[in-house]
Design a protein around this ligand. Sequence first.
Ligand code: PMP
Length: 362
Amino acid sequence: MSDRIFNFSAGPAVLPEPVLKQAQQDLWNLDGSGVGILEHSHRGKAFTKVIEEAEADCRAIADIPSKYRVLFLQGGASLQFAMVPMNLLNKHATADYIVTGAWSKKAVEEAQLFGQVHTAGSSKPTNFDRIPAPGELKYSARPAYVHFTSNNTIFGTQWKSEPDVPVGVPLICDASSDIFSRPIDMSKYGIIYAGAQKNLGPSGAVLVIIRNDLLKSVREDIPTMMRYSIHAENNSLYNTPNTFGIYVMGQSFKWIKQLGGLQAMAERNEAKAKVIYDCIDNSDFFKGTAQPESRSLMNLCFRAPSEELEAKFLTEAKAAGFDGLKGHRSVGGMRASTYNALLPEACERLADFMKDFERANR
Ligand code: PMP
């Protein structure tokens, strides 16, 4: 009998059980070295193996071409909001941002510190309940790059495919809440970054996949630690990296590989989300907050007929062993985050609970 409950938290979020079990062992004694992962030097042989394998497995699962670097950095996705414009923008240039939620807005605010920002599209008028259609996107004359958020954690919307951008303009993606949940066509991207704490590992760690030609900063006056080039030249070991974060990300990559890679992950995630969306769609009690064609397969947001019923739902769900279901205050209601590691069984059980709750409270 497991002492763990179903964790639907938006992040930090559930991690794969085999990863946690391996980490328990390796905290004590990594690979027979007699020293735990937290205690190994980042320059020693044992950790060198950890980071090299993490990179190799990351490249293998996402099929990352050699013209991209894989960097393991710190500061979470929020520091990437600043590092991207710090490295790629200056005050005479314009970057285009597609604003689909609170995290895109934060990314815009950072970019405005370094250069001009043009909003190429936004779903703000309908409280970010959808992804803009291709025809709505209006780019500036010569954007330094286009930035978008592939999955909107708070509003529960997700791009089904990348926005088309003008030829030669780098596409930059905050993929914090759907990285490696489905196959990625890297050739479409200049940079993909993701805070680790949803699909990959501990918070604070961030994965950055960057095309070589973007490594060189357009500015000379930025701090050393903020430069992509420095981290690339030093193989993510310019300073003492988050060794444990890199270790856990590496274990998550291995777990994804074992489960059959990103295509298998996508099928599993689609099936998981379908169980809950079907339950919402077949109900006149629960109502999804995102427009159906924009719905996220990672963060499933829904409401009950009243705030009182929502409070009751959350209390009873918690008592029944479902945690982390409270929606963000800007949307209200419930949010079930169904990241890679969440077991299909968790979604099936939640759907059953929803049906029972509807029957009892209709
Ligand atoms: N982008 C997205 C899409 C997120 O969901 C989050 C965190 N929930 C962030 C960025 C910020 O990440 P961090 O807290 O790691 O800076």
